[in-house]
Design a binder for this molecule. Structure first.
Ligand code: FPP
Length: 249
């Protein structure tokens, strides 16, 4: 990632006063992109990794406070062993290549998901990145890795029941705020804008709690073709929506 320019380009259609605070992206379509270009799925994922860089850079330039990326779901373990290995090798390569720039740009990387099942090398590279950037303050990039939303909510319920069982919490204290506080990133428990690439109309077990009031933008663009202009287009669409949170003006 290049260093953030002092005067970042902002699409003139975007109102800087009404930016989404938290954008989440389901990065879909690497395989179809590869097929269309006569390439292997691995090459599709490689192209997808370049899109990750653009998305982080674009959000950082605009001053978005939090970007959550769906990198690997608990369901993705069902893919072939070869593809799973490709994805984790790519993540290690990406982290090693980008971590210094990410850190220089004052970005904190956080993990949503469980470290336990990750291949040793990917886990070590990720740990290094999480620790190095832990004190950064300009923006959070949350990587959903070995992530499943139902697992996340079940984990919150388990933590709460343990606290109730040993007397640290009373049952009547179990409310929405108590659940939100036990998600992987309690301070990012609301998503403002969800973007899904490649035209699929599914949530795929992603941030089910956090997406309750999110605006959803689905684009037919395949993830490797999703550039900064596509990101701006999604934000413009978000700003055209009237958000009522269930109420009426
Ligand atoms: C969907 O494409 C994408 C993924 C399974 C994971 C996203 C991974 C990347 C963008 C690569 C690198 C990630 C990082 C964090 C460096 P698909 O294979 O489901 O596409 P298809 O539906 O067209 O087959």
């Amino acid at each position: 990632m290049s260093e953030i320019p002092a005067r970042p380009h902002m699409d003139p259609r975007i109102d800087p006063a009404r930016l989404p605070n938290h954008i989440a992206i389901i990065m879909d379509g690497n395989g179809r992109w590869a097929e269309r270009h006569g390439l292997t799925r691995a090459e599709g994922h490689e192209a997808g990794a370049r899109g990750v860089r653009l998305a982080i850079e674009g959000c950082r330039e605009m001053g978005i406070r939090c970007l959550t990326l769906y990198a690997f779901s608990t369901e993705n373990w069902r893919r072939s062993k070869t593809e799973v290995n490709v994805l984790f090798r790519l993540m290690s390569k990406y982290i090693r290549k980008e971590v210094a720039e990410i850190h220089k740009n004052n970005i904190r990387v956080r993990l949503l998901g469980e470290m336990d099942r990750l291949p040793v090398r990917a886990a070590a590279d990720l740990r290094y990145c999480l620790d190095l950037t832990a004190g950064n303050t300009a923006m959070d990039v949350c990587v959903a890795l070995n992530y499943g939303s139902r697992t996340e909510i079940a984990r919150a319920a388990r933590l709460l029941s343990e606290e109730v069982a040993d007397g640290r919490l009373r049952p009547e204290q179990v409310d929405e705020a108590a659940i939100a506080a036990r998600l992987y990133a309690p301070d990012h428990s609301e998503v403002d804008l969800l973007v899904r690439t490649s035209g699929e109309l599914r949530l795929s077990n992603f941030l089910l709690w956090q997406l309750s009031y999110a605006e959803i933008v689905v684009t037919p663009t395949l993830w490797p073709d999703f550039d900064k202009q596509c990101l701006c287009d999604a934000i413009v669409e978000y700003q055209l929506r009237a958000r009522r949170f269930g109420g009426r003006p």
